[in-house]
Write a protein that binds this ligand. Structure first.
Ligand code: C5P
Length: 310
């Protein structure tokens, strides 16, 4: 998370993620699915502004600037927004009596499998931990984060890339040697995470994520492309014909590898260079795909940067 002071408050960025690998292992008695997934933070991010209030109220105003072809994003009422839930959870857990006015500028589409809402919630926990001088460790914040959603703890962690297990909340940082150049696109319709999981077929004996330890650290783009996998792609295709269409378009582009991210409906392709990614994104937009952008995975933080971001 990038976090800095402004004349009226604080500004923070909340990065999105992609799933380079996601294997659903089995369905658990609590209704969740046991999985192993390799998630990588990307350069696409929402922005959050925090301004102090004179009372203990938590308020949220949301702004979005998506291309008209993608359509306006339906946002839940403020009380149901994960950002407000995160702020209230921290208030409750610490007894802090301060409030906060939050402005969320959305750049990450919702119902896309990009973790936008989860990252916004994690960023809120990290930012308010500092603003309210709570002093929780990342481990303590991670425990609160897991109560908000399976992907939220990944965004609390400093790591740019991680192998995540359990329902997604057990984080093992992975070293990511190089940035991946990606073309990222989303059809107009989104997908419900719960519905996609309900329709998936677990792969208890499927190929494991272990190989990503080496590939993330020192693999080539071609090796990475070979090891892409997502158990949620098949159910997403069954539920949403636009995902099938997106897959066909990416297959024709000639990217090194491509797949759905998370439970979709966003889709990404691994490219050899940033120039190639820009060219493919432009081609998708020309074809009428409502949202196609170029991003990279986040580079591992250098020491100086890491200190600024801590
Ligand atoms: O944890 P989160 O609230 O993001 O999950 C949304 C829904 O996705 C859950 O209610 C559950 O139906 C499904 N899910 C799952 N297994 C996971 C993560 C999510 O079945 N590991």
């Amino acid at each position: 998370m990038l976090f800095r002071r402004t004349p009226t408050g604080w500004l923070a960025t909340a990065p999105a993620k992609i799933n380079l690998f996601l294997r659903v292992i089995n369905r658990r008695a609590d209704g969740f699915h046991e999985l192993e997934t390799v998630m990588a933070k990307i350069t696409l991010a929402d922005q959050l502004r925090f301004e102090p209030r004179g009372d203990d109220e938590i308020t949220l105003s949301v702004k979005q600037s998506f291309p008209p072809a993608l359509g306006a994003m339906e946002m839940p009422p403020a009380d149901d927004n994960l950002v407000v839930k995160a702020a209230r959870l921290l208030q409750l857990s610490t007894g802090v009596r301060e409030g906060i006015a939050i402005t969320l500028q959305k750049h990450v589409p919702a119902a896309a499998g990009l973790g936008g809402g989860s990252s916004d919630a994690a960023t809120t926990l990290l930012a308010l931990n500092s603003i309210w001088q709570v002093g929780y460790s990342r481990t303590q914040l991670g425990e609160l984060a897991a109560q908000l959603g399976s992907d939220v703890p990944f965004f609390i962690a400093k790591a740019a890339c991680a192998l995540c297990r359990g329902r997604g909340e057990q984080i093992e940082p992975l070293s990511l040697r190089s940035r991946f150049h990606l073309v990222l696109a989303k059809p107009r319709s989104g997908l419900s995470t719960a519905a996609v999981f309900r329709n998936c077929t677990p792969e208890p004996n499927g190929s494991s994520a272990e190989k990503w330890r080496r590939i993330a650290a020192q693999g080539t783009i071609v090796e990475a492309a070979h090891c892409l996998h997502n158990s949620l792609q098949a159910p997403a295709e069954t539920l949403n014909a636009e995902v099938v269409d997106m897959k066909a378009r990416f297959a024709r582009l000639g990217v090194c590898g491509h797949q759905l991210t998370g439970s979709g409906s966003a889709y990404f392709g691994l490219c050899r260079t940033s120039r190639q990614a820009r060219c493919y994104a432009a081609r998708l937009r020309q074809q009428g795909v409502p949202w196609a952008v170029v991003v990279t995975t986040q580079a591992e933080l250098h020491r100086k940067e890491a200190l600024q971001r801590a």
